[in-house]
Design a protein around this ligand. Structure first.
Ligand code: SF4
Length: 357
């Protein structure tokens, strides 16, 4: 049984170093680089993959989720859906002192924890709630818009009637993880043992602090993370001394390479994107319109936020991509316009990693 080393290449610094490392360490012909195309990428990413292929003499297999088959059942479901539920506003509950939060408990009296392991505060419903259902008008609007576009990110959001969020990050799962796993299972069926190389570093985020060097992630599939103890600088150096240039997006101010923009992007990143690549907010605005057409409420915004307003027009006006970009150009929690942010010169190097001396 031959071993295949599957390297997920994203066009970023970590996966580039990972690919170089795998090519140096593994026997020839056993390294299988893959790229999961979300359809929400910058053109520079595709160009950089072509550069890597040419510079390293490898072929990167492009994987792209296809949701075309899910449109007809979804249209049928919407046309027949006559369920009604109520949606309520809530308020947090405190002890008699008005300061100490009351913790939420499940049916057995155990405290409920969120995904980050923090206890959840108890809440109570406020008011009579509002009825949520597909109105005939909304059904007609959704059925007219709900047709595959061929873009995996957009098609997925149209099917869901919403964009992903931090708490419902279905983009990573359906556009990256599932198709990568499917590919690896295919290799297994062909009789190979699979090692999935992942460019994860512990200093990247709190969530990755405990990342293991190696672990079994399924029958016959192992994850290997040789960069867990590396720093961003080491990663750039490793590729640099081997004559491989970083993705040009880093030199233009991007702190990370991946979706453009990512639903989790920071205020600073959003400001850079609007300044340097305005075609991407234009595209996201069009997507907000299309996904909104497919949603029960009639609107959907790319960047989610907790919003107390009931009026859906108000929610959309406050959270759409253009409003968020305006907010990204402010300081102090969005109240004060940041004049210095406007002075950023789009042609100047603003690499978050200090790549240009
Ligand atoms: S989390 Fe961000 S980078 Fe990952 S798939 Fe979703 S939008 Fe793209």
């Amino acid at each position: 049984m031959a071993t295949k080393h599957v390297i997920s290449v994203s066009g970023g610094k970590d996966s580039t170093a990972l690919l170089l490392l795998a090519l140096e360490r593994c026997p020839q012909g056993t390294v299988v680089p893959i790229f999961c195309d979300t359809g929400n990428e910058h053109q520079e990413v595709y160009d950089y993959l072509a550069y890597l292929e040419q510079a390293l003499g490898v072929t990167i297999t492009r994987l792209r989720a296809d949701f075309t088959d899910r449109f007809a059942p979804r249209r049928k479901f919407i046309a027949r859906d006559d369920r009604t539920r109520r949606e309520y506003n809530t308020r947090p509950v405190f002890e008699a002192d008005g300061v100490t939060p009351v913790l939420k408990r499940d049916g057995r009296g155990n405290i409920v924890y969120n995904k980050k392991g923090k206890p959840v505060q108890k809440t109570v419903k406020v008011g009579g709630g509002r009825r949520v259902r597909w109105s005939n008008k909304a059904k007609r609007r959704a059925l007219a818009a709900l047709h595959p576009t061929g873009n995996p990110f957009l098609d997925l959001c149209m099917l869901k009637g919403r964009f992903p969020s931090r708490t419902a990050q279905f983009c990573t799962e359906e556009l990256k993880r599932n198709i990568a796993v499917e590919f690896q299972l295919g290799l297994q069926e062909q009789g190979h043992r699979v090692i999935s190389w992942q460019g994860v570093r512990r200093d990247e985020s709190e969530a990755r602090r405990d990342a293991k060097l190696a672990e079994r992630i399924g029958p016959g599939i192992w994850a290997f993370r040789p960069l867990v103890e590396w720093t961003a600088a080491q990663v750039f150096d490793f590729s640099g001394v081997r004559g491989i240039h970083p993705n040009p997006l880093y030199l233009q101010g991007a702190g990370r390479v991946g979706c453009m923009p990512c639903i989790n992007c920071s205020k600073g990143e959003l400001r850079q994107i609007a300044l340097r690549w305005p075609e991407h907010p234009d595209r996201i605005s069009e997507w907000e319109h299309l996904v909104g057409q497919c949603s029960k409420r009639g609107f959907s915004t790319f960047f989610a936020d907790s919003h107390k307003a009931r009026d859906r027009r108000q929610v959309f006006a406050d959270l759409n991509v253009w409003t968020r970009i305006q907010w990204a150009q402010t300081t102090r929690g969005g109240r004060q316009f940041d004049l210095l942010a406007q002075l950023d010169e789009p042609t100047a190097c603003a690499s978050a990693y200090g790549l240009c001396e």
